[in-house]
Design a protein around this ligand. Structure first.
Ligand code: UDP
Ligand code: MG
Length: 320
């Protein structure tokens, strides 16, 4: 039985050494207790521009169990996770963040659940004390919105999860470019369970997910899994047309009762209103067309610059 750990890293020079020693210490100790026979730690360097690549090269040189995949540039958290999963060789694959916000000590419990026969184990945050009120609010909105749109997503679960070899192999069949893993794994089915944990503060360094990227991520999640926004557009269009019918009736009535002819506002306001909605919905449809465009091109999710400690029999690169 072998365990793989997958860690995406982007400009994490401040945390990688600490993360690695804590993780390696823990895994060595667990191996000593015969919880598993072997392990590997796969760091996916997502085009870091600080000293992270040098640090990772040093770690890989020190231990053959530490493997490194370096991207040619920054491709994002989700492609980095995917690359790690696709190259992992363990019977169980655990993904977690580099900043020690996901306590590695939980891996033991996740493995227990795996042994009980669960193919996917989701680590779920117990509380959000360490977050700012703003992050709490936006996160809550995000999960509500996703669920409201019919996306099967696990509440307060980020990307800390265990996957069995079966799931990872089946995951290869997913050939989406707009990757939103938090929606994909629940949609795959399999026996799954939840393990609660307390999320820590970021150990060092700063978040790579500022508001702008959070919004982009949420929007990607919604439009990759739901066409409800498109339907809302048609519904809104219908309602607005009905409303303008009422306006016609109203105009006729004012005419018949001989009241003052309405001024320009009644003409110009609906014009702007409907014109604006038109543009909005065209944009919405455009979003989906943009996605279709990217999916049809089927570009690889990432390009790899270098792979360390993977041996000669490494799998296909960058293909999904
Ligand atoms: N990350 C990445 N590529 C990116 C942004 C982030 O690989 O473009 C990694 C980052 O190094 C970290 C994980 O994704 O290991 C989560 O990022 P972060 O902790 O900054 O996000 P937050 O926890 O603040 O949402
Ligand atoms: Mg973090």
């Amino acid at each position: 039985m072998k365990v793989s750990i997958v860690i995406p890293v982007f400009n994490e020079e401040a945390v990688v050494p600490a993360t690695n020693s804590r993780l390696s210490g823990l895994l060595e100790e667990m191996r000593g207790r015969r919880l598993f026979d072997d392990y590997e730690i796969i760091y996916v360097d997502d085009g870091s521009r600080d000293r992270t690549p040098e640090i990772l090269t040093g770690l890989a040189a020190a231990s053959p169990r530490i493997k490194v995949i370096s991207f040619s540039r920054n491709f994002g958290h989700q492609p980095a996770l995917a690359a790690g999963l696709l190259h992992a060789t363990g019977d169980a694959v655990v993904s977690l963040d580099a900043d020690l916000q996901d306590p590695p000590e939980l891996i033991g419990e996740m493995l227990t659940r795996y042994r009980e026969g669960h193919d996917i184990v989701y680590a779920v945050r117990r509380q959000r004390d360490t977050d700012t009120w703003f992050k709490r609010l936006t996160a809550r909105l995000f999960y509500r919105l996703m669920r409201g749109m019919g996306v099967d997503i696990v509440y307060d679960h980020a990307d800390y999860r265990l996957l069995s070899r079966r799931v990872v192999e089946e995951f290869r069949k997913i050939r989406e470019v707009n990757l939103f893993l938090r929606g994909i794994f629940p949609s795959m089915g399999f026996r799954s369970c939840i393990v609660p944990y307390d999320r820590q503060d970021r150990f060092a360094g700063e978040t790579k997910y500022p508001l702008r990227r959070m919004i982009a991520f949420a929007w990607d999640g919604i439009t990759s899994f739901s066409t409800l926004p498109l339907r809302l557009a048609s519904v809104a269009g219908l309602l607005i047309s009905l409303f303008s019918l009422l306006l016609i009736v109203w105009a006729l009535l004012t005419k018949l009762t001989g009241k003052a002819i309405p001024g320009w506002t009644s003409t110009v306001i609906p014009l702007f209103f409907i014109g604006g909605l038109n543009i909005l919905f065209l944009g919405l449809i455009g979003e989906y067309i943009g996605k279709i465009y990217r999916e049809v091109k089927a570009r690889p999710l990432f390009f790899i610059r270098e792979m360390l400690n993977f041996g000669p029999d490494k799998p296909d690169q960058g293909e999904q």
